[in-house]
Design a protein around this ligand. Structure first.
Ligand code: ASP
Length: 341
């Protein structure tokens, strides 16, 4: 019998309505469990562990990522797979972060949650949770190995790579998308795994890295953006890297202020990463004149990384004792399938 550890961090799935304010707030895990008696009927040895104080995922911090990784590492040998119940709001950040923290995985870590609380009649939480558990328990009959050996997100019949997806809807059950990488599996009558898309590590053992930098900033371009207000972000004493969400294939206005901020930041040792605001496609420096400056001064193209993966990858890389050149090299290399090679 397969053994799965269910880790409850919080999120809508386990929330209940505050009778006074009508707001949804996190509740303890017994509440989720009581509403899914089917869990006892799965032919799986299921154990659960809960954050002492379940949270709305908007409250997630790097400290929570560390706790989550620690729970998985401490239980890694004892279980065949892990299911993490997490709010959908920041799920793509946490799944990206975990994919960088825990490299060399041979077992699945499946994130799921729901748009409606488990106590509501039309909840999507039941199907999401039960299928996520089945995916975490799935193994190849010939080799005995887990089918999924990476961090993934399961939501509304689709399994996505954890560092490739984003939350795209606040109210549809289909809340996630992975525009730059195809789904890893589709759940219909059967769960169909797309085997050639599944990540396989080249590492021989699990490695864990739990330190993060919190000196990474993000700027999203918009017409009329007052660049002078951002000057403290382009200061090497405040940040190690700035991610710029640019237009289309990585374009920005030819602002003398922006160019001066970027040039001096990079020459002082800062790193600038260019991510597109588009949900699909990738950055191509030099495709238009409006991105030629970036190439000239050494801004790094994030290729087809999502913003979530770009930010967590930089937080992760700068959390290690790497030189700037080493960070530059790793940021442009796919470490765990997060970007096109
Ligand atoms: N606000 C909730 C959270 O992210 C939404 C959800 O669970 O889907 O925790």
């Amino acid at each position: 019998m397969r053994s799965i550890l269910l880790i409850y961090t919080g999120g809508t799935i386990g929330m209940i309505k505050d009778p006074q304010s009508g707001e949804l707030r996190s509740f303890d895990f017994a509440y989720v469990y009581d509403h899914i008696p089917e869990l006892a009927r799965l032919n799986i040895n299921l154990k659960s562990i809960s954050f002492p104080k379940p949270i709305d995922s908007s409250e997630i911090t790097q400290g929570h990522w560390k706790n989550l990784a620690q729970i998985i590492v401490e239980n890694y040998e004892g279980y065949d797979g892990f299911v993490v119940l997490h709010g959908s709001d920041t799920m793509a950040f946490t799944s990206s972060a975990l994919s960088f923290m825990l490299q060399g995985l041979k077992k699945p870590i499946i994130f799921t949650g729901s748009q409606l609380p488990i106590g509501t009649i039309r909840t999507d939480g039941k199907e999401n949770l039960i299928t996520a558990i089945e995916i975490a328990a799935a193994f190849d009959e010939k080799t005995g190995e887990a089918i999924v050996q990476e961090v993934a997100v399961y939501f509304e019949y689709s399994l996505y790579r954890g560092n490739r997806c984003s939350k795209i809807s606040a109210n549809q059950f289909e809340a996630f998308e992975s525009p730059n990488y195809p789904n890893l599996a589709v759940a219909g009558v059967n769960i169909e795994y797309l085997n050639d898309r599944l990540f396989r590590t080249k590492k021989s053992a699990l490695t864990v890295q739990s330190s993060f930098s919190n000196q990474i900033a993000l700027i999203k371009l918009f017409p009329g953006i007052p660049f002078e207000l951002y000057k403290d972000l382009f200061n090497i004493n405040n940040t190690k890297a700035v991610v710029i969400e640019t237009y289309g294939t990585g374009n920005a206005p030819s602002s003398a202020i922006l160019q001066a901020l970027i040039s001096s930041y990079i020459s002082n040792g800062g790193l600038v990463l260019n991510v597109t605001q588009c949900s699909s496609g990738s950055v191509k420096h030099g495709a238009y004149q409006t991105s030629a400056f970036f190439q000239k001064v050494g801004v790094i193209s994030a290729n087809d990384l999502t913003t979530e993966a770009a930010l967590t990858k930089l937080q992760y890389l700068f959390g290690q004792n790497l030189t700037r050149d080493e960070v530059k090299k790793q940021v442009t290399t796919s470490l765990v399938g997060e970007m096109m090679d």
